[in-house]
Design a protein around this ligand. Structure first.
Ligand code: COA
Length: 336
């Protein structure tokens, strides 16, 4: 019998500092009306002191998730961390979380799949579980993006979209007839690197002569860049491709989905996907209005809030969907 990957707990942590659209309109030429209409975002959270790093946010979410699962840090035998905004250029945040939690010298793996971090992470964890390499796994998705945004009119297309936050899941390998058909049922992942330059932050990096030059800072190249329209179109196409593939190969219909937890990049993207799949608004969980796009952390934050609101009950069929820089995309199908 195959081992199943079951979510034992999920938690999130966001910084307390709320930054409204109105606040942003004081440092750049933008407006609450523009941001709300185009994206659905009303506010986001930014770290309130520059001493808070990505691993520190991730750690807060991880500690909550471990407590909810009734685990101790020494029980964990694998950490998977997903972020595009690590504390250091290297090493990744997985080892920092391993150390700060006081875990044993277990493997700590960092995933660089940007907004698809959670869906790639769950797929990877399910592989470890099915090959019997790990039993108690911590998945941490965390981002501190506010310090790299260009919070001036020049950077407004990107700057209004993103926020800081973290989510964490405790996932356990279980076996036996009682768990048949439970946990992660399937994952579908994709990538297309021809889109790498469409949404990226190139500097600092080895493709830049000198890695990081004084002119890169003075000429504001140390910020993320995006062609929003190209990202938008690709996102809608790939999210629908992912959802229909997962449904088809598991002999399911859209009406069977209990709760869709989509990445939170743009409410219009999620509404288009919902309408094309024929889902009701009650079948989809969105919270972009309060957090903006927290990249790898969006889906775990949604999952944690859905759990708190009682929208994830034993037996609920859950689908995750994500698309992000790379391009990378994918989704997971889970029976709660
Ligand atoms: N405030 C006010 N105006 C802004 C602005 C802001 N924050 N950002 C851009 N603009 C301006 C542009 O300069 C442009 O002006 P112009 O027409 O004079 O050249 C205009 O608004 C563009 O508006 P519009 O064509 O309506 O934008 P859009 O419908 O493409 O929406 C995005 C822009 C960024 C919201 C949208 O493209 C998007 O969400 N793309 C996907 C983003 C995404 O998913 N990213 C993350 C992937 S994980």
């Amino acid at each position: 019998m195959m081992a199943q990957s079951v979510v034992r707990s999920v938690a999130h942590f966001v910084p307390s500092k709320r930054v409204t659209n109105e606040d942003l309109s004081k440092c750049m030429d933008t407006s609450d009306a523009w941001i709300t209409e185009r994206t659905g975002i009303k506010e986001r959270r930014f770290i309130d002191t520059e001493s808070i790093s990505t691993s520190a946010l991730g750690l807060e979410a991880a500690r909550k998730a471990i407590t909810l699962a009734g685990w101790e840090p020494r029980d964990i035998d694998l950490i998977v961390a997903a972020t595009l905004s690590p504390d250091y250029y290297f090493p990744g945040i997985g080892v920092m979380i391993q150390h700060q939690l006081g875990c044993r010298t277990i493997p700590a793996l960092d995933i660089r799949a940007q907004c698809s971090g959670l869906v790639y992470g769950l797929s990877c964890i399910d592989g470890y579980v099915k090959s019997r390499q790990a039993k108690k796994i911590l998945l941490v998705c965390a981002e501190v993006q506010s310090p790299v945004l260009d919070l001036t009119t020049r950077g407004r297309e990107m700057a209004v979209l993103f926020g800081d936050g973290a989510g964490a899941l405790c996932i356990e390998a279980v076996e036996g007839a009682a768990f048949e058909g439970r946990g992660i049922l399937d994952s579908y992942l994709g990538s297309d690197g021809s889109g790498a330059d469409v949404l990226c932050m190139k500097v600092p990096g080895t493709a830049t002569p000198g890695f990081l030059r004084a002119s890169d800072i003075s000429e504001a190249r140390v910020h993320p860049h995006m062609d929003g329209k190209v990202v938008f179109k690709n996102a809608v196409t790939r999210l629908i491709e992912t959802a229909t593939t997962l449904l088809k190969r598991n002999n399911l219909q859209a009406r069977d989905i209990g709760l869709l937890l989509p990445h939170q990049a743009n409410l219009r993207i999620n509404e288009m996907v919902r309408e094309q799949l024929g889902l009701s608004p009650q079948q989809v969980f969105n919270n972009i209005d309060r957090y903006g796009n927290t990249t790898a952390a969006t889906i775990p934050i949604c999952m944690s809030e859905a759990m708190e609101q009682g929208r994830l009950q034993p037996g609920t069929l859950v689908m995750t969907l994500a698309f992000g820089a790379g391009f990378t995309w994918g989704g997971n199908l889970m029976r709660w």
